[in-house]
Write a protein that binds this ligand. Structure first.
Ligand SMILES: Nc1nc2c(ncn2[C@@H]2O[C@H](COP(=O)(O)OP(=O)(O)OP(=O)(O)O)[C@@H](O)[C@H]2O)c(=O)[nH]1
Length: 444
């Protein structure tokens, strides 16, 4: 015996555990069909095999690989490239040369993306990092967010176009699944540019705010800065990505989620350099005259929690939220603005019992209509027959009358003749006159 359960609906046309079955002759049952159909849990009698479904999904996903696109936004020099390299433990961004004084500076925000296929324990990840050099670097940064929004929407557009293709075998998901927004470690509060950017983008992308170069602030400064940033975010109704919590989750997961949430905005330190500690331990970190700050040490910064949220625990949630909420909202708005309306009846939940009832009513109405039509035709035919019969009856009466009249006339004639014979009178006086004429003088 296994602990697994299957559930069946009382509305199904199968006997349920109470031994009752759906049959049309039970009026009380047909009335109840409209009410709630409770889920009945049943114990399996043996191993069926659907417990293996998660493994099937796992195998398929591993074979297909994953696509993940992360965007990094922040002023120049805040450590974006270093953090991406640290996060994915690869030199996605090669070391940069600092710009020379006579180098021409770009006039607009550029969008650059780098992709790399990385593999870990046989799982392939196509990682794309979208960089936004130039953001916040100008004297006037009013429209710095515009090219970024346009880029995010262009990626949605491309996905929508692929979805609308006849052949959707190879849909490439280039949508931005997460946006790391680098906040300058000023220790004050969010700058107007930060607020403007987040306000404009929070409905289009999963925002993950990070305090860049957190090693430049003390622990107290970080705590105060975080509180002010969160207050600003709440005040401006900005939605940042929050790790989701589900019902029936185990305590460990709940604690992990809470811990991650408590660290937002993540105070991070990036470094792809390995430093040797006095005790001989090799760590990724930054070495200062007064000590070493370790990237992977949770007591030194929030890098581990950020990686947990972005990669280890919630990468799939980020992808799902992008698809199910952000992209879906954008798509709905776009199609509505193009005049495409949704037929809501398409998504009407169908209750099979209600559906059967509706069909029965329709069928009965159809039968009643057919019966009425047949009655009408029958009455018409009867009327026609009746009028024909009436007509022939009248004709017969007329003939009968005629015959009767002619017989009566014949009878009267005969009686007249009889009377004449009885009276001894010649039947035809004209004849007698003619004979006389014949015997005497016959006229020519
Ligand atoms: N103190 C400190 N310095 C850092 C940190 N991360 C990166 N740096 C340094 O900051 C400088 C700029 O780092 P990058 O990663 O190139 O910064 P970026 O934001 O990618 O710069 P752009 O490409 O110009 O936008 C480098 O010298 C890094 O070594 C950090 O967490 N703390």
């Amino acid at each position: 015996m296994t602990d697994s359960y299957v559930s069946s609906r009382a509305g199904d046309l199968s006997p349920n555990s109470n031994g009752s079955a759906l049959n049309g002759s039970s009026p009380s049952l047909s009335n109840n069909l409209h009410s709630i159909t409770p889920i009945i849990r049943k114990k399996l009698m043996g191993y069926v095999g659907f417990a293996n479904l998660p493994n099937q999904v796992h195998r398929k996903s591993v074979r297909k690989g994953f696509q993940f696109t992360v965007m990094v936004v922040g002023e120049s020099g805040l450590g974006k490239s270093t953090l991406v390299n640290t996060l994915f433990n690869t030199t996605l961004y090669p070391p940069k040369e600092p710009p020379a004084p006579n180098d021409e500076r770009p006039q607009t925000v550029a969008i650059q993306s780098i992709s790399a296929d990385i593999e870990e324990n046989g799982v392939r990840l196509r990682l794309t990092v979208v960089d936004t050099p130039g953001f916040g670097d100008f004297v006037n940064n009013d429209d710095s967010w515009k090219p970024i929004t346009e880029n995010i929407e262009a990626r949605f557009d491309s996905y929508l176009e692929q979805e609308n293709r006849v052949n959707r075998q190879k849909v490439v998901d280039n949508r931005v699944h997460a946006c790391l927004y680098f906040i300058q470690p000023t220790g004050h509060a969010l700058k107007p540019l930060d607020i403007e950017f987040m306000r404009r983008l929070h409905t289009k992308v999963n925002l993950i705010p990070v305090i860049a170069k957190a090693d430049t602030l003390t622990d107290d400064e970080v705590a105060e800065f975080k509180a002010r940033i969160l207050a600003d975010i709440a005040y401006h109704n900005i939605q940042i990505f929050q790790a989701p919590t589900y019902e029936n989750e185990d305590e460990e997961t709940i604690t992990e989620t809470e811990e991650i949430a408590s660290k937002i905005p993540f105070a991070v330190v990036g470094s792809d350099q390995v430093v040797v500690l006095p005790n001989g331990r090799h760590v990724r970190g930054r070495s200062y005259p007064w000590g070493v700050i370790e990237v992977d040490n949770e007591e030194h910064c929030d890098f581990v929690k950020l990686r947990q949220m972005l990669v280890r625990t919630y990468m799939e949630e980020l992808r799902e939220y992008t698809n199910d909420v952000l992209y879906e909202n954008w798509r709905t708005e776009k199609l509505l603005s193009m005049g495409v309306a949704q037929d809501s009846s398409v998504f009407k939940e169908i209750n099979p019992a209600l559906r059967m009832q509706e069909e029965r009513v329709l069928h009965e109405a159809k039968l009643a209509k057919m019966e009425a039509e047949m009655k009408m035709v029958f009455q018409q035919k009867v009327q026609e027959k009746e009028s024909k019969l009436k007509q022939s009856e009248e004709e017969l009466y007329a003939r009968h009358r005629e015959m009767k009249e002619s017989l009566e006339k014949q009878r009267l004639d005969l009686e007249e003749k009889k009377r004449k014979i009885e009276n001894g009178r010649p039947l035809t006086p004209e004849k007698g006159t003619q004979q006389k004429t014949r015997k005497g003088f016959l006229r020519p």
